[in-house]
Design a protein around this ligand. Structure first.
Ligand code: GH3
Ligand code: MG
Length: 541
């Protein structure tokens, strides 16, 4: 009995606290908050928390009161107060959703977690499977629209693909076939799901390149294990192969092996070398205008062009999607820049002929000379990457040396948090502020609702946008905001992460249909959300 009563009072206290914080944070920008109000708020919090066995809250309130006494200020600006009360906001969130009164915001892990892509028309299935797989710590991206799935596949380069072929309007095998056209040159394990668990369907799936077939209904535990097996196979494959399947140049893993060898050589004989990181300009346009198969052909042609036109001693690698690395042994920075500039001139004049239309392409490049054998391979690539982004920033189709530039260039990503809950808004902004994004500068703003967001004309700010959008809001709900965003002229540069209630299947379905890139169900763990946002941002650049 007593336990129940205590819990009721604890809930009430947190509610009261949340209401007060929200009231302060939702004030108009011009308003200030009186210090005496903050003082009496904390004072009563401390008193009540002690009485109803909320030790964590009691200590936090005491600490804040002590700090307040040292400050002796008359009033608070909203943002100042937000900073001051942040721990309280976080505690309140944790309590509301997890009944945890101790604060933990851990560092997200930096290792690249596997990415699983799932295509399925049935949203409830999709939600269930996503949840089950994410328990393993994998990042799961979902789509219910076959076309969106295809472009997501190219953007994401997942480590495993799961297709539920039970589509109502189309033949689900068609999705597999479309992806296979590209996939036969890239190993990504594919798992097919279907209610048609019969011999003919299974044979067809395997013939079309499926690596596993799972009949529905799916046992989630077994499903997780079978996906795990596929991810292991993918890892073994990646580690054992040195050649990129599509372009037949060396792959990223071999690049790191070889870099180690050249660093040893540098130490032994003092012979410097350079690396160039090349990235095709506006390559996405090729995919969008001519289809992904043409995109693939262009990548192959680019690799062939590099093989033909570089010096015999230079070594070519595919670093990722449309990025290539060239290692130039015994070449200093200026010499490397000259070589790559010559290549760029030749490439610009090359004519592509596709579907009766001709077009020209260019690339941007960052060049970095390695003359210190103690340098880590990852840092070497980072330097080249900084230079590449500088080249992109200066208008593309150019070569930039890293050794001559003083500052790494920063790309701007406008991140907007739209949520009517002041606690969540504050928390998200803080999470975003702690995210470490090497080459991207985050411009973070939060909005109480969709109307304020559109009034601010935020989307007209130049550069890429990332929106974290609450699904359910008064005034204009998240789905309406998403709809309006996706129909705006700026829609192509906007990525959207939806926050949805665990049970609001209908909202998830609509969000995905309208083109949300990802969704996270509430309540979310702060650590997990942080890691997820970090990875999403990394993939956007
Ligand atoms: P920028 O000049 O800034 O580099 O613009 P971009 O369009 O080249 O760059 P962005 O990073 O926006 O798009 C690269 C696209 O390359 C995204 C992805 O869909 C596509 N892509 C990645 N790998 C492959 C692939 O193997 N085949 C095809 N066809 N497309 C790929
Ligand atoms: Mg590019």
């Amino acid at each position: 009995m007593w336990k129940l009563a205590i819990e009721k009072y604890q809930n009430l206290l947190f509610e009261k606290m949340k209401a007060q914080i929200s009231e302060w944070f939702d004030l108009n920008n011009t308003d200030v908050i009186k210090n005496e109000d903050v003082y009496s708020f904390l004072h009563s919090l401390k008193g009540t928390a002690g009485t109803i066995q909320l030790g964590g809250l009691y200590h936090l309130a005491s600490k804040l009161l002590d700090q307040l006494e040292l400050k002796s200020q008359e009033q608070w600006e909203k943002c100042e107060l937000r900073e001051f009360l942040f721990e309280l906001v976080s505690l309140s969130y944790q309590y509301e959703h997890f009944k945890e009164t101790d604060l933990k915001i851990a560092e997200p892990s930096d290792t690249e977690l596997p990415v699983v892509q799932m295509v399925c028309e049935d949203i409830s299935m999709l939600i269930l499977m996503k949840e089950a797989l994410e328990e393993n710590g994998w990042m799961v991206m979902t789509s219910s629209d076959p076309e969106k799935a295809l472009s997501l596949y190219y953007d994401l380069q997942p480590d495993c693909l799961v297709i539920d072929i039970d589509f109502t309007e189309i033949d689900g095998f068609q999705i597999l076939e479309n992806i296979q056209q590209h996939n036969h040159k890239q190993f990504v394990p594919k798992v097919i799901l279907s209610t048609e668990n019969n011999r003919l369907t299974r044979i067809k799936a395997y013939e079309m390149g499926a690596d596993d077939f799972i009949g529905k209904p799916v046992n989630l535990e077994e499903f997780g294990v079978r996906i795990k097996r596929q991810l292991q196979r993918k890892q073994i494959f990646d580690e054992s192969v040195l050649i990129d399947e599509l372009t037949k140049v060396y792959n990223r893993r071999f690049l790191f092996d070889l870099l180690e060898r050249y660093l040893k050589e540098l130490e032994r004989s003092n012979s410097v070398f350079s690396i160039a990181l090349l990235d095709l300009d506006y390559f996405k346009n090729i995919n969008d205008s001519y289809g992904h198969l043409t995109g693939d052909k262009v990548l192959e042609a680019f690799a062939d062009f590099l093989k033909k036109n570089l010096r015999g001693s230079d070594i070519i690698f595919r670093y990722g999607g449309e990025e290539f690395v060239i290692l130039l042994p015994r070449t200093n920075c200026q010499e490397a820049i000259d070589v790559i500039n010559r290549i760029l001139d030749q490439f610009r004049s090359m004519e592509f002929d596709e579907q009766g239309k001709t077009f020209h392409l260019s690339f941007s490049a960052g060049v970095y000379m390695v003359d210190n054998p103690a340098e880590a391979s990852q840092d070497i690539l980072k330097m080249a990457d900084h230079a590449l982004y500088e080249a992109k920033g200066k208008g593309r189709s150019r070569v930039q040396g890293a050794n001559v530039s003083d500052q790494p260039a920063n790309n701007i990503l406008h991140v907007s948090v739209i949520d009517d809950d002041a606690i969540i808004r504050t928390l998200l902004v803080r999470v975003l502020q702690t995210i470490d994004t090497e080459k991207v500068e985050l411009n973070i703003k939060s909005f109480e609702n969709g109307e304020k967001f559109f009034e601010s004309e935020r989307l007209t700010e130049k550069g890429k946008h990332f929106l974290i959008l609450d699904g359910v809001m008064p005034v204009m709900d998240g789905i309406e905001v998403l709809d309006k965003v996706k129909n705006s002229p700026q829609s192509s540069g906007v990525h959207v992460l939806m926050l949805t209630g665990r049970k609001s299947e209908y909202d998830i379905a609509r969000a995905l249909k309208l083109g949300a890139d990802d969704y996270v169900t509430k309540p979310f763990s702060i650590t997990e959300l942080q890691a997820r946002i970090q990875r999403l941002i990394k993939r956007m650049f």
